[in-house]
Design a protein around this ligand. Structure first.
Ligand SMILES: NC(=O)C1=CN([C@@H]2O[C@H](COP(=O)(O)OP(=O)(O)OC[C@H]3O[C@@H](n4cnc5c(N)ncnc54)[C@H](O)[C@@H]3O)[C@@H](O)[C@H]2O)[C@@H](O)CC1
Ligand SMILES: Nc1ncnc2c1ncn2[C@@H]1O[C@H](COP(=O)(O)OP(=O)(O)O)[C@@H](O)[C@H]1O
Length: 285
């Protein structure tokens, strides 16, 4: 089976770095992590953001999780946050260009407050994992807060939590994955990236992209714990670098599959960020 090439256009211009630029020219991405013992997902996301080229990456986490994170990170900075007030204070720094919430964040009430605080700061924002699942009981409360610089990245389980009626119609074969994702994007009022071996990305204005990892482009090794956390990190890194939400999601999804294909069988989530330099070489950066 021949799968169409879905390489986004203009990658060199979007991803390259010029000699006269310094790290702040490539943006500062923040990943908000969760409690001690659950930091792996946020650290994976942070590594994805750094490898995709964000100039600076900080993992913000509860004060009691600082030691665990700091002993495992070097190029990625760690900052203890005293709850939502601490996050709000951090986001007063206008050089922070994008924020990722969800991987390993937990499903408690604090997650909803951190999401609210982040969305008020009007930065490029990616909401994944627990930042989506936390709103299962009241998805509209989340949609009411979203703005046009947000990307939601649900897997099928998370998609069904936020858009149960659409998921039901999709499961019954009444709507395609593309139409389901487009409807979800309109309802949410933000870009939605619906994950899977076929990853569909849609914006509320109807623009869309599809990244297929099937047939010639199959990458079944991506079905491994933490692969989605790395994808969230790659997208926040691209948002931090100034790509618009649809482009960041599209380019991130393409790089994610290319990194998996470049590494091959045996892939684990940690390998994905480390495979990016090889992909960048292949596309001539
Ligand atoms: N190394 C780590 O620290 C990891 C931490 N993780 C974190 O663990 C938390 C829970 O995330 P999970 O996604 O595991 O659990 P969730 O509770 O979000 O979803 C898993 C449930 O959804 C169902 N489901 C339906 N369709 C699915 C699909 N296409 N893909 C995945 N699940 C589907 C599954 O059957 C399962 O019952 C998140 O905070 C996440 O970031 C995971 O990402 C795994 C790796
Ligand atoms: N069989 C598959 N083929 C290609 N890509 C896959 C496959 N299964 C999962 N993926 C991709 O791997 C990632 C898994 O993300 P997710 O389900 O959120 O896992 P996690 O929460 O463990 O990180 C997504 O980007 C998804 O598109």
């Amino acid at each position: 089976m021949s799968t169409p090439e879905t390489r986004p256009e203009g990658l060199s211009a979007l991803l390259g770095k010029r000699p006269e630029q310094h790290k702040y020219d490539h943006g500062h991405a923040v990943i908000v992590g969760g409690p001690p013992g659950q930091g792996g997902a946020a650290r994976l996301a942070a590594r994805g953001a750094l490898r995709v080229g964000a100039g600076l990456v900080t993992l913000g986490c509860p004060l009691r999780a600082v030691t665990e994170n700091a002993v495992q990170l070097n190029a990625i900075m760690v900052r203890g946050l005293d709850g939502t007030a601490g996050l709000a204070e951090m986001l007063e720094d206008g050089r922070i260009t994008a924020v990722c919430l969800g991987p390993g964040l937990g499903l408690g009430p604090a997650t909803a407050e951190l999401v609210k605080t982040t969305l008020r700061a009007k930065r490029g924002t990616i909401l994944d994992a627990d930042a989506l699942s936390r709103f299962q009981r009241a998805p509209q409360a989340l949609f009411d807060m979203l703005h046009d610089h947000v990307v939601l990245t649900p897997h099928a389980g998370e998609f069904a939590r936020l858009f149960p009626d659409i998921a039901k119609r999709h499961k019954a074969g009444e709507v395609s994955k593309l139409d389901a994702t487009r409807e979800a994007a309109v309802r949410a009022g933000s870009v939605v990236l619906f994950k899977g071996s076929e990853t569909v990305i849609a914006a509320p204005d109807g623009r869309h992209a599809i990244q297929t990892a099937e047939g010639d482009r199959a990458a079944p090794w991506l079905a491994t714990a933490g692969a989605g956390d790395v994808l969230a990190g790659m997208i926040v890194g691209l948002l931090a670098r100034g790509l618009d939400p649809l482009r960041a999601a599209e380019v991130g999804a393409w790089l994610h599959v290319e990194a998996a294909r470049s590494f091959g069988p045996g892939l684990i989530a940690e390998d994905l960020p480390e495979a990016l330099p090889q992909v960048f070489r292949q596309i001539g950066l």
